[in-house]
Write a protein that binds this ligand. Structure first.
Ligand SMILES: Cc1cc2nc3c(=O)[nH]c(=O)nc-3n(C[C@H](O)[C@H](O)[C@H](O)COP(=O)(O)OP(=O)(O)OC[C@H]3O[C@@H](n4cnc5c(N)ncnc54)[C@H](O)[C@@H]3O)c2cc1C
Ligand code: FES
Length: 291
């Protein structure tokens, strides 16, 4: 059992949780993830380690409430326990030796991008962060990115904050102006990462995408998380989650992610009903954290 030490809301549907997990905290590296279950019978939820503190023995995860399992996790309060937590899992993001890097994050993918920016910054790299959201209310982690970025760009689809448009526009401009990055990291929705890869391809800049296919065991045994990279089958949980974005078959990954949509919709509906029933009895929850 792993105690939830702190729970805050970054937006009404994005939650940050600090969890006591000393073993995972001692061994975590940027880009790795944990698989946790809110309750003994719950679904496994892979979540990136957004931050960790080896001394205090804590890992921090930031998650969007999208369906049944994340609703069950959101229902937990400070002082409650998550039933299981395995990790760190996956290969750390390859950051050593890079001097000048762009990190592109979309939506809640920014929670996954942040530890990479932080690690690069600590290693002395020049970091350009480009983060994008649909609208101002969904923007998260701006202060944290500013702290670890040499340059920072923020876009919203509707122009309600930062530059109107998507993350590819600033990236495109920088590349066209002659910026030469050692690497570009893309973390976010599959479609976004696909277009980041197409933006960097003509410049032959090494581009890494953080893939988040459905995972079950997280140890390379079930085969659920397979992605095709350079025509070969890879398991995101043990070979990734980071892969050469110019070699990833994004169209296949997008199609695979849609496979379970009807089942996910049913689970969401079931949890919504349970949540509605519970919240009629429960006291008001912690409100959105002011960043
Ligand atoms: C390595 C990795 C790291 C991730 N890190 C984060 C993170 O830091 N923050 C965050 O908000 N989300 C992260 N995710 C996605 C997160 O795991 C899913 O949003 C969550 O499992 C959804 O479960 P659900 O039952 O609430 O939603 P569901 O309604 O079941 O599904 C909603 C969507 O979530 C995805 N999903 C569902 N089940 C899984 C699963 N077992 N594994 C992977 N994706 C799934 C699918 O795209 C699905 O369409 C990560 C995924 C992976 C693989
Ligand atoms: S999650 Fe089972 S092989 Fe990767």
């Amino acid at each position: 059992m792993y105690r939830i030490l702190k729970k805050t809301y970054l937006t009404p549907t994005v939650v940050r949780m600090e969890i006591a997990a000393p073993l995972a905290a001692r061994n975590a590296l940027a880009g790795q993830f944990v698989i946790l279950r809110a309750d003994e019978e719950g679904e496994r939820i892979p979540l990136t380690i957004a931050d960790h503190d080896a001394e205090r023995g804590t890992v921090t995860v930031i998650f969007q409430v999208v369906g049944g399992a994340t609703m069950a996790l959101e229902a937990k309060r400070e002082g409650d326990f998550v039933a299981t937590l395995a990790g760190p899992l996956g290969m750390p993001t390859p950051v050593e030796g890079l001097k000048k890097v762009a990190v592109v994050g979309g939506g809640v993918g920014c929670a996954i991008a942040l530890p990479v920016v932080k690690r690069l910054f600590e290693l002395g790299a020049e970091t350009t962060s480009i983060v994008g959201f649909r609208t101002a209310e969904l923007a998260i982690l701006e202060q944290e990115f500013l702290r670890y970025s040499s340059r920072f760009f923020l876009t919203t689809d509707d122009g309600s904050k930062g530059e109107r448009g998507n993350v590819c526009a600033p990236l495109s401009r920088l590349l066209a102006a002659g910026e030469r990055f050692d690497a570009v990291f893309a973390v976010g929705p599959l479609v976004m990462m696909k277009y980041v890869a197409e933006t960097t391809r003509p410049y032959a800049v090494k581009t890494i995408a953080s893939m988040d296919p459905i995972m079950i065991d997280g140890t390379g045994m079930c085969g659920c998380c397979r992605v095709t990279v350079d025509g070969k089958m890879k398991f995101a949980c043990v070979d990734g989650p980071d892969f050469d974005a110019h070699q990833v078959d994004f169209d296949e990954a997008i199609a695979r992610l849609k496979t379970y949509e009807p089942i996910e919709a049913r689970a969401r509906e079931r949890h919504c009903n349970l949540y509605r029933a519970a919240s009629q009895q429960a006291p008001a929850r912690t409100k959105r954290e002011e960043e």
